[in-house]
Design a protein around this ligand. Structure first.
Ligand code: CO8
Length: 259
């Protein structure tokens, strides 16, 4: 697929995906959603890509779903659009590689929902987060009412979804929505640095760690612990386990081959 509204770049093992509609503050049109879905299919299956960063061009990460596209939706079209979002969210969460959101500027509505699908969110100091759908007479439709309480608890999720208030990066970090805050202009480089750090880890254990947190989170604790024990023991079938432990004992840097 040729991309028109996103930019897809690779830097060694890293994919950098930029939502690129700066004049509309990177609003998520159906075309943006389709191109992002295609990009994450590629990221999941291309063996040369080991991690991804998603960001926005200009003064926003993403200021929400495209309101001009949604204005005339019938209920059925709205459902279809929400399902497109859910499908993309699942692709990012189930992507076998780490995905970091590097948030600059506005991160609202569908933008905040997109960021929450990533493994964690890095934000610049001036970033603004919110779920302003209530001001448009709708509710979040791309996972916001469900992923937000899982990240920040019910009280904050309700406050954000029921008032439409925007909060800054520091407050978003204090409630657990954002993982780290960086000075203006530094967030993308910081996200790339962390992504590259993860590229040097064993791919089997990296994938397993993501999968365990993702899948275990919604399970009862005992079932989640059983799952962890299963995955923990399969790590011991991988060459990366032998390499990682030998390297530690031989006091050298591990050279993981991804097996
Ligand atoms: N959709 C379409 N266009 C937008 C959007 C948007 N979400 N946000 C900004 N724009 C456009 C503006 O219309 C404007 O265009 P133009 O220059 O042609 O008039 C341009 O971007 C710049 O915006 P502003 O002039 O408004 O810039 P300000 O700095 O004054 O304000 C704000 C910035 C505060 C971010 C403001 O633009 C704003 O409030 N935007 C809307 C935020 C919003 O309500 N987001 C939620 C949308 S609903 C949603 O996300 C539902 C998710 C469901 C997803 C389903 C699956 C994908």
């Amino acid at each position: 697929m040729a991309y028109e509204v996103i930019i897809f770049e690779t830097e060694g093992p890293l994919a950098v995906v930029t939502v690129n509609r700066p004049k509309a503050l990177n609003a998520l049109s159906p075309q943006v959603m389709d191109e992002l879905t295609d990009a994450f299919d590629k990221i999941s299956t291309d063996e040369n890509i080991r991690a991804a960063v998603i960001t926005g061009a200009g003064r926003a990460f993403v200021a929400g779903a495209d309101i001009s596209a949604m204005q005339t939706y019938t209920p059925l079209q709205a459902r279809g659009f929400a399902k497109k979002g859910h499908k993309l969210g699942e692709k990012i969460e189930n992507c076998p590689k780490p995905v970091i959101a590097a948030v600059n500027g506005f991160c609202l509505g569908g933008g905040c929902e997109l960021a929450m699908c990533c493994d964690f969110i890095y934000a610049s100091e001036g970033a603004k987060f919110g779920q302003p759908e209530i001001n448009l007479g709708i509710v979040p439709g791309f996972g916001g009412t469900q992923r937000l309480p899982r990240l920040v608890g019910k009280g904050w999720a309700k406050l954000l979804c029921m008032t439409g208030e925007m909060i800054g990066a520091q407050e978003a970090a204090a409630i657990g929505l954002v993982t780290r805050v960086f000075p203006e202009g530094e967030v993308l480089e910081a996200a790339k640095k962390t992504a590259l750090l993860m590229c040097g880890k064993g791919m089997v254990s990296l994938r397993a760690a993501k999968q365990l947190v993702e899948q275990g989170f919604d399970l009862p604790l005992q079932r989640a612990l059983d799952l962890e024990a299963e995955v923990f023991c399969t790590c011991f079938t991988s060459p990366d386990q032998r390499e990682g432990m030998s390297a530690f004992l031989e006091k050298r840097k591990a050279d993981f081959k991804g097996g």
